[in-house]
Design a protein around this ligand. Structure first.
Ligand SMILES: Nc1ncnc2c1ncn2[C@@H]1O[C@H](COP(=O)(O)OP(=O)(O)OC[C@H]2O[C@@H]([n+]3cccc(C(=O)O)c3)[C@H](O)[C@@H]2O)[C@@H](O)[C@H]1O
Ligand SMILES: Nc1ncnc2c1ncn2[C@@H]1O[C@H](COP(=O)(O)OP(=O)(O)OP(=O)(O)O)[C@@H](O)[C@H]1O
Ligand SMILES: [Mg+2]
Length: 241
């Protein structure tokens, strides 16, 4: 890993969040708590930045019940105010009204993060908070997020840290080791893990980002996804005439 001072980076991220929220004329942060490391780190940073004005939302949507337990563990450890909002009934109402066809798995699965985004913006608006996202540099490089779902956010404090660096910040903050070491998962369907879906490991992705070195297989996967998903990081194209 890079020889960086992650304690200093953690402190600077807290100040950065405070500044960005204040610049927006807002007074706090709302974060989706999945029980995964990215949201745990993001929520812990927000709590340090806004001790009285940080809200965590646990939003299961036919998700693994273990994840909710980890999300609660995190919220309790850092004394983060949280609410649980089960989105399964909302998701199922969507299934009742849209056309269902074969081969729709990802199209349907992507509804879940978009329902979470809608819920986060509701609470942001109610409280005068910003929606603080959890996307890290590795996910942003790959475009490995749902457009206007977990990509629909106001700030991305982890956006300059690759996944392995997020783990370093997690250790500085005291995120439970159980959360740090569990397999990254979008949790969109049973058994999904990021690395099995991507076909490469975060270690390989992070190495490639940080050093430019990778096997031809890793380069091919990362470069292809980066190009395919560029649109997720840009404003919608607008005619110039
Ligand atoms: N060139 C282009 N210019 C403008 N827009 C373009 C476009 N190509 C596609 N699009 C639009 O983008 C849509 C496809 O993007 P999107 O809807 O995001 O869908 P897509 O990229 O196909 O799927 C999202 C991926 O992110 C993963 N994910 C999601 C959520 C969380 C996490 C996690 O790590 O926790 C990971 C998920 O497992 C899946 O692999 C298309 O349906 C189309 O509307
Ligand atoms: N069940 C959930 N409840 C609340 N928020 C969720 C839930 N599932 C996903 N999210 C939100 O979507 C974000 C993107 O998920 P992602 O899986 O990339 O992050 P993570 O779960 O925190 O970490 P990891 O990538 O290691 O699983 C989460 O960080 C969280 O903010
Ligand atoms: Mg996850």
């Amino acid at each position: 890993m890079l020889n960086k001072d992650y304690k200093l980076i953690t402190e600077k991220l807290v100040v950065w969040i405070q500044q960005k929220v204040k610049e927006a004329g807002c007074k706090g942060a709302v974060v989706g708590l999945s029980g995964g490391i990215d949201s745990s780190v993001t929520a812990a940073l927000c709590k340090k930045a806004f001790p009285e004005n940080t809200l965590g939302l646990i939003m299961p949507c036919e998700s693994n019940p273990e994840d909710q337990k980890d999300a609660k563990l995190l919220a309790e450890k850092f004394e983060i105010e949280y609410k649980k909002i089960d989105l399964a009934s909302v998701f199922n109402s969507m299934l009742d009204v849209v056309d269902l066809v074969d081969d729709q798995k990802l199209s349907l699965a992507n509804i879940k993060p978009r329902l979470r985004m809608t819920t986060l913006y509701y609470y942001a608006s109610l409280n005068g908070y910003l929606v603080v996202g959890t996307d890290n540099r590795s996910e942003l490089k790959l475009g490995y997020f749902t457009k206007f779902g977990d990509g629909g956010i106001d700030l991305a404090p982890l956006g300059n840290l690759v996944k392995s660096e997020v783990r370093e910040v997690a250790r500085v903050l005291g995120v439970p080791e159980k959360i740090i070491t569990k397999a990254p998962s979008a949790g969109l369907w049973a058994g999904q893990t990021d690395e099995s879906e991507l076909g490469i490991t975060y270690e390989e992705v992070d190495n490639y980002i940080l050093t430019g070195e990778a096997s031809s297989k890793v380069k091919e996967i990362v470069d292809t996804l980066e190009e395919k998903n560029q649109h997720k990081l840009a404003l919608p194209p607008i005619p110039s005439f």
